[in-house]
Design a protein around this ligand. Structure first.
Ligand code: UN1
Length: 502
């Protein structure tokens, strides 16, 4: 495993990038400072937005397949730097190295996807109601795209947005989480390497980073020169961002909180369900927006699977995420730990029976917030289970009737991911029907987390309604133009209107 200095060197980060600034960055591994980066002032942020507008004006003229070439080069660089960037992700946000690598793989995958997409920015041709007329849809570049991302996927979310935005002809301005600015600076270095290899068609400032706290994010969100804001994070943040962007008639793509559930049927393959549940709930230390937070287990199999989950939770190897034997690293910081403690307190007050929870390895890592995953057995629904706590807490409920389980699964404000484990085709099809799951993601015999980039990613209700990455999410980064051409010598009006100007 590379050490910090080797990681920085491999990614081209120099002292001026990571020292002498005014934003201290701590690794959640032990709380020690790994960098001190320089924040943008509000005036600098505004100036950078102006630079991004200029970059857009040049980039939109480059043919889309050529734009794809830049993304192809970026994907190759990411392949070369996968280990270094994966390790930096681990160092800065605390997810285990395997997941750090997985996150970079997600970047590589979206690069490949976007390269293909760069030759497929298709519009419709539409038959006209008028003779000798043709209609078509033309998808146009939009402008600078503002990206706001969270600490838990510090690099992949940028790439989902950036790779599509770039092939669509846009420039990008990224405001990463103030908890993970170093991975952002590293991505910027790799992007600049790609531009250098690509040549002059890539204008200066095609991708820009805004480093700072909330005030800097607000500048980006409220700036009319930025037609689209794509924001990933909490529902509370997204509500403010969405309203502020809407107030200036901007567009937004919001990918916000989840409260994801797995239904375990009496007809489930319990071995599969068990694996999906454990990965979904303790993976990334419960800090994915797709983390499994609730279980609805059929009463006939409850006593078979719940003890297995408890055993897995008690035995999961918690520790330094750079150590390859570790399955669960630390929470991002003390606030997260306090939120977890609070949620467990409320669950207990509401009659929940808790197994696990509490701090782990405090002696070895006084500055790191390692926790034991907690399983909370609940009798019925309660208010606490309606909010997202970004920590490894899994609430288990019993059910008798599938319709009731689906209703309870849906009966939360969020609507990101959901899953059912069943070998019963009728149940599986019910779950994915119009009266089944109300989430953006509804899986069968697969857990709630770990979505592939090829599908549209996002969810409904307080999850924000946005879709990123695969399918036709690219359209969100473009402007739709409807164009009608008349190749006759008459000017017939639509709807048969007669209007004689003579
Ligand atoms: C997030 O937590 O914001 O499906 C994204 C998954 C990952 C992405 C999670 N591909 O878990």
């Amino acid at each position: 495993m590379m050490n910090k200095e080797e990681i920085y060197a491999a990614l081209g980060l120099t002292a001026s990038d990571i020292e002498g600034g005014n934003l201290a960055v701590q690794t959640p591994i032990d709380g020690s400072e790994i960098a001190n980066v320089t924040m943008d002032t509000p005036a600098e942020a505004k100036a950078k937005i102006a630079q991004s507008v200029e970059a857009f004006k040049a980039w939109r003229n480059v043919p889309a397949p050529r734009r794809g070439e830049l993304v192809r080069i970026l994907g190759n660089i990411l392949r070369e730097k996968k280990e270094a960037l994966g390790a930096l992700v681990t160092l800065e946000c605390g997810k285990i190295y395997q997941e750090g690598l997985g996150e970079v793989q997600e970047m590589i995958d979206i690069c490949d996807f976007a390269v293909g997409q760069s030759r497929m920015l298709h519009g419709l041709t539409i038959v006209s109601e008028r003779p000798l007329h043709k209609m078509r849809e033309i998808w146009q570049p939009l402008g600078p795209v503002g990206i706001i991302s969270a600490f838990n996927f510090p690099v992949a979310v940028w790439s989902w947005n950036t790779c599509l935005a770039l092939v669509c002809g846009n420039s990008v301005i990224w405001k990463p989480s103030e908890k993970t600015p170093v991975t952002a600076l590293a991505c910027q270095k790799l992007f600049e390497m790609a531009c250098a290899e690509f040549g002059d068609d890539a204008p200066e400032n095609l991708s820009i980073i805004l480093t700072g706290e909330r005030d800097i994010g607000e500048i980006l969100v409220s700036d009319e020169r930025v037609p689209l804001i794509s924001a990933t994070g909490s529902s509370a943040m997204g509500k403010i961002v969405g309203q502020n962007v809407a107030a200036r008639f901007g567009k937004s793509i919001l990918e916000l909180g989840g409260n994801n559930a797995i239904i375990v049927s009496k007809d489930a393959d319990l071995d599969l369900a068990y694996q999906g549940i454990v990965f979904g709930s303790v993976g990334t230390c419960g800090q994915r927006c797709t983390t499994t937070r609730r279980l609805f287990i059929h009463e006939d199999v409850y006593d078979e699977i719940v003890p297995r989950i408890k055993k897995a939770f008690a035995g999961v190897s918690i520790g330094n995420p750079l150590d390859e034997a570790t399955l669960m690293g630390p929470l991002i910081d003390e606030d997260s730990f306090n939120n977890m403690e609070n949620a467990l307190k409320v669950a207990k007050e509401n009659g929940g029976v808790i197994t696990g929870g509490g701090r782990s390895m405090a002696d070895e890592y006084p500055g790191g917030y390692y926790v034991n995953p907690a399983l909370v057995e609940m009798d019925g629904t309660d208010a606490n289970v309606k909010t997202e706590t970004f920590a490894p807490i899994l609430y288990a409920f019993k059910y008798t009737d599938l319709e009731d389980a689906i209703h309870r699964q849906n009966d939360v404000p969020q609507g990101l991911s959901s899953a059912i484990f069943t070998k019963n085709m009728l149940e599986a099809e019910t779950f994915t029907s119009e009266f089944g799951s109300d989430c953006g993601i509804a899986n069968v015999n697969i857990g709630t987390s770990g979505a592939e980039i090829g599908g549209a990613f996002g969810g409904e209700k307080e999850t924000g309604g946005g879709r990123e990455s695969g399918s036709d999410a690219w359209r969100g980064y473009m402007r739709r133009m409807t164009s009608t051409t008349n190749y006759s010598t008459e000017l017939p009006l639509a709807q048969g209107i007669k209007f004689d100007a003579e």
